[in-house]
Design a protein. Structure first.
Length: 244
């Protein structure tokens, strides 16, 4: 990417709001992970946002790159929902999980199961007013589970959300094709707050480990204490300058 493309902004509209993206803005503010993205990856990201009408400043899309792996363009589930709702043919959806119960495969609406149910997948149906039958997707939990923190903590919600975005993409290939969410890709969930988590870990590990010596002065209770001098009655704001 030339220096002009790194500094010049590409302008487009998302839901009537102007969005300006430059290569430097993407590189400095819209990339997550621990590796540096290439100019080609930045160009691809800007083009996707422009032609798919995504606003990255609302977390509708962002770039993730770890190590030597290629950068991944992640689209938020909310962007899928917004895009579907603006389509005149969108007529609602249903979604849930698939469990094994007493040796039978059972579809459960929502993301809740019985104690002895075994989670095996997720399902979703997207209805279009111009089609007689809904677009139905059934996916395997074993295939999509990334063994990451969020998948371990909320497996029912994660597989249900993944089924929804897969069904949305099949229902509206023209507007949602080639867009993938964090749940579908091997991206460490929670990477958007990795810097914050690093700070928290550092505080937890290093806080209160330094011993601070304070001068101790014995006080005679029978000796009267002199009142503070006038010059010592100084507010902390006095040193802050005329701005206060």
């Amino acid at each position: 990417m030339s220096n002009d493309l790194m500094t010049k902004s590409v302008e487009f509209e998302v839901n009537g709001e102007p969005v300006k993206l430059s290569g430097s803005t993407v590189k400095n503010y819209l990339v997550r992970g621990n590796a540096e993205v290439t100019e080609q990856e930045i160009v691809m990201f800007i083009n996707l946002c422009k032609y798919q009408k995504l606003n990255p400043f609302l977390n509708e899309a962002y770039l993730v790159k770890f190590g030597s792996n290629p950068a991944q363009i992640i689209v938020g589930k909310e962007a899928f929902m917004k895009r579907a709702e603006t389509n005149d043919n969108f007529d609602g959806l249903e979604a849930g999980i698939i469990v094994e119960r007493d040796g039978n495969m059972v579809d459960v609406e929502g993301a809740i199961k019985l104690k002895n149910d075994l989670l095996i997948g997720g399902w979703a149906k997207v209805y279009r007013s111009d089609r007689k039958s809904p677009i139905t997707v059934r996916i395997s939990y074993e295939e999509f589970n990334k063994s990451q923190a969020t998948w371990k903590q909320m497996p029912l919600n994660m597989i249900r959300k993944t089924a929804i975005v897969n069904a949305m993409r099949e229902a509206f290939p023209g507007s949602l094709g080639n867009m993938y969410t964090e749940e579908e890709q091997a991206v460490p969930t929670g990477s958007r707050s990795s810097s914050e988590e690093a700070v928290k870990r550092e505080v937890k590990e290093k806080a209160n480990t330094e011993v601070i010596d304070m001068e101790y002065q014995e006080v005679d209770e029978n000796k009267p204490v002199d009142p503070p001098k006038e010059t010592e009655k100084k507010s902390a704001f006095d040193d802050a300058g005329p701005g206060f």
